[in-house]
Ligand binder design. Structure first.
Ligand SMILES: N[C@@H](CCC(=O)N[C@@H](CS)C(=O)NCC(=O)O)C(=O)O
Length: 115
């Protein structure tokens, strides 16, 4: 299931809609340790309600490679985790952890979810 170099605008629009429809959006892979760290911070440390987040496990999805390429077209990042909070592109796990350490993650989350 190889990753395409580009995807159609239709696929880009579908991915953008998933970002737009969810307070927290994370594209992850089930085996990825950086993704595990991100999900632990969001759900265990910060207490983000599961219902407020869409977590995609791209390696378990038939269209996972298409979604990953669409995200690259949307925000320029090719790695997972690929994280949005309130439709703001955060980046990857290292970016999320910096926000967590500085206290800014809480501020951003409080604007979009009840924590
Ligand atoms: N600095 C990045 C590292 C993320 C990373 O290396 N992710 C790996 C998976 S663990 C990745 O996306 N590899 C390319 C791929 O899976 O397509 C972060 O903190 O999120």
């Amino acid at each position: 299931n190889p990753k395409p170099q580009t995807v159609s605008q239709e696929v880009v629009d579908q991915v953008q809609k998933m970002i737009d429809d969810n307070p927290v959006f994370v594209a992850a892979k089930s085996y990825c340790p950086h993704c595990k760290a991100t999900l632990q911070t969001l759900f265990d440390s910060m207490g983000v309600p599961v219902a407020d987040a869409l977590v995609l496990e791209l390696d378990k999805m038939e269209d996972g490679p298409q979604i990953q390429t669409a995200l690259k077209q949307i925000n320029g990042q090719r790695t997972v985790p690929n994280i949005y909070i309130g439709q703001e592109f955060i980046g990857g796990n290292s970016d999320l952890q910096k926000l967590y350490m500085s206290g800014q993650l809480k501020t951003k989350l409080q604007k979009v979810v009840r924590i």
